[in-house]
Design a protein around this ligand. Structure first.
Ligand SMILES: C[S@@+](CC[C@H](N)C(=O)[O-])C[C@H]1O[C@@H](n2cnc3c(N)ncnc32)[C@H](O)[C@@H]1O
Length: 325
């Protein structure tokens, strides 16, 4: 993890001192958080993984076919790569077809980057994997020194859903500034569906999502001299079908004071810490986000049940942007 501890401390204290207490989801992913996230992905309620896995298993060839309309060869960059278990299907196809020989995963978790750099060369002989540990845009800037040619950027797993829609729009707009004309972006969105299905995905019967959330308090205890008593916080997810926001909270079950080194944080009984949003989208919102942030949507790839969408966008040429005005 390349985030200096001082940033972690600063962000945690800022979040827990706010009127509505919050913690930043990027801090979920220490070694235990990575392992718990992999268990979430395998839980029966978390339909997102199977849906996107199906897209990549069945449609990687079609996705690459669409990309080939733009470039004969390109580097593949993955933002928030995790264990790359889904993108592996696309990487294998890209290698077999001689379309790509360089894979650049970016992740804030040094554990997953270490794992990818060690495990992928055996699975993808002939493809170089060079990982970047750190925040998305800092690492893209560094990566742009190595990767000069055209790029396909993957941003999978509905990680964009961990931002509020306005924040997601700003993220896409900023991402656009790191890319060149003709570069491609494959981005995964979870779609609006039966609210009960969505809520269950964030409230699995085995309690893995609960443990994933509580692990951030445990991490604060470990790394920031905190003394959270995990038994005094309850996992509480809610889904609002009106806004498409599925939010996770930890609720303090009693009035209590927690210390982080010298800093004291008071909780009232039933006070909530806002942990994470998992935003659900409809097609209109997705197309609008693409265009407003400067991309042109090329093709949509759904799973068979239309639970999930991986959508391919490109950075249009200035000429085509001016021509369409
Ligand atoms: C929801 S997981 C998705 C993992 C993988 N893409 C998948 O589909 O299974 C999000 C990943 O993004 C990484 N991540 C979260 N915030 C990040 C940030 N600000 N910069 C870089 N990586 C980040 C996490 O470490 C984690 O591996």
């Amino acid at each position: 993890m390349t985030i200096p501890d001082s940033n972690f401390r600063r962000d945690v204290i800022r979040g827990l001192s706010a009127r509505q207490k919050y913690l930043e989801p990027k801090y979920f992913y220490d070694a235990t958080g990575d392992r718990l996230f992999q268990q979430i992905m395998q839980s029966p309620e978390y339909y997102l993984t199977n849906a996107e896995l199906e897209i990549l298993q069945r449609q990687s060839n079609a996705i690459l076919g669409s990309c080939l309309q733009f470039h004969r060869q390109f580097d593949i960059v993955e933002l928030g790569a995790g264990d790359a278990s889904k993108s592996l299907y696309l990487l294998e196809q890209a290698l077999q077809r001689g379309i790509s020989y360089h894979y650049y995963p970016i992740d804030i978790s040094g554990n997953v980057i270490g794992y990818l750099e060690t495990s992928l060369p055996g699975k993808l002989p002939g493809m170089t994997t060079r990982g970047f540990t750190g925040e998305y845009f800092h690492m893209l800037e560094e990566l742009n020194r190595y990767s000069k040619g055209p790029k396909l950027v993957l941003f999978l797993g509905a990680t964009i859903g961990n931002m509020q829609p306005e924040e997601a729009f700003h993220f896409c707009r900023e991402l656009h500034t790191y890319l060149n004309e003709g570069d491609l972006l494959l981005i995964g969105f979870d779609l609006k569906k039966d609210p009960a299905t969505i809520l269950a995905a964030y409230n699995d019967a085995a309690g893995i999502t609960r443990d994933f959330n509580l692990n951030l308090l445990a991490r604060i205890n470990r790394e920031l001299e905190g003394n959270f008593d995990l038994k005094k916080f309850r996992h509480y997810p809610v889904y609002d079908p009106g806004t498409g926001a599925c939010k996770s909270y930890l609720i303090s079950t009693e009035a209590q004071v927690v210390t982080l080194g010298d800093t004291r944080i008071s909780f009232e009984k039933d006070e909530a810490i806002y942990m994470e949003v998992s935003q659900k989208y409809d097609m209109g919102q997705i197309e609008q986000m693409a265009r407003k942030s400067g991309f042109t949507p090329i093709q949509h790839f759904y799973d068979r049940e239309r639970n999930f969408l991986d959508t391919l966008w490109t950075v249009p040429s200035l000429k085509s942007v001016l021509g369409s005005r």
